[in-house]
Design a protein around this ligand. Structure first.
Ligand code: SF4
Ligand code: SF4
Length: 267
């Protein structure tokens, strides 16, 4: 049996998964999407009531109401799917990866279903400088600031032959001194706050910080716990955010390439 597997592996053609089929793919993440065609006050209220976090909410602006979906707080529990008369459905793609925190928050006018667009830009300063200096090569130091390790399992898969992060010239390094980017997971626990700050200080400028997962973006399910400070930006400045609980490797890849402005520059 094992020899059959080895023989098949040695004789089959090498296949590289094209980056276009990975970008934004969120299969397996259980992230929801909003179908504005089914948006009404009642459907929004039902969806909000099903959500165990504050990822779904409604705010009033004068006479008008906005329905809000915050990907940075969504833990992908799927409880909202199937409620609200079809308002929420499984997302096919989540392109809001590697963006500014404000861009993770999507808003719709409840009366018209029209989406109210947010600023979609990553803070450009450090990203521009990194692109200028490093071209296609990037070193990442991954930092666990208090994660459950779900995000680490997905980050680990990035180096597998399937996702093959190294084809983009992107490598993980063991020391912040060699890093251009910190990829940080977890709600920051009190015990890890100083270590995270020290790691940030040890990373030479220009440096990018990317917060990973619902915990990294907002504190996730641990938000408000006595044991945590909150999301990564409660302790160090963050340039871009990748949502999900955990984000899939494809979402991580989308976010990292987006920060570098390198989505389509496959090697
Ligand atoms: S999948 Fe996200 S938006 Fe839906 S109920 Fe869970 S946390 Fe809320
Ligand atoms: S975002 Fe989810 S998977 Fe990642 S550390 Fe938090 S709880 Fe774990």
């Amino acid at each position: 049996m094992i020899f059959d597997v080895a023989a098949r592996s040695l004789t089959s053609k090498s296949v590289l998964i094209p980056v276009e089929s990975l970008l934004g793919d969120c299969s397996g993440s259980r992230m929801p999407a909003v179908d504005p065609g089914h948006l009404s006050f009642d459907s929004a209220r039902q969806a909000i009531e099903s959500c165990p976090t504050s990822a779904l909410r409604m705010v009033a602006e004068g006479e008008r109401r906005q329905f809000i979906m915050d990907y940075g707080e969504c833990i992908g529990c799927g409880y909202c799917l199937g409620v609200g008369d079809g308002l929420m459905r499984p997302a096919g793609k989540v392109l809001h990866c590697g963006v500014a925190r404000a861009a993770l928050i999507r808003r719709w006018d409840v009366a018209t279903g029209e989406e109210l667009l947010a600023d979609d830009l990553v803070k450009e300063g450090a990203a521009e400088e990194i692109r200028r200096l490093f071209g296609r090569a990037l070193n990442i130091r991954q930092v666990d600031a208090g994660s459950c390790n779900g995000c680490e399992a997905e980050i680990g898969a990035l180096t597998s032959p399937y996702y093959d992060l190294e084809r983009f010239g992107i490598h993980f390094v063991a020391s912040p001194k060699h890093a251009d980017m910190l990829l940080v997971t977890g709600p920051v626990t009190h015990n890890m706050a100083e270590a995270l700050r020290n790691t940030y200080e040890a990373t030479p400028s220009p440096r990018l910080v990317v917060a990973v997962g619902a915990c990294g973006c907002s504190g996730g399910i641990f938000s408000g716990s006595y044991a945590v400070r909150g999301g990564i930006d409660a302790v160090i400045p963050v340039d871009a955010y990748i949502p999900g609980c955990p984000p899939t490797p494809a979402m991580l890849l989308t976010g990292i390439l987006r920060v570098l402005g390198a989505e389509m520059r496959e090697r």
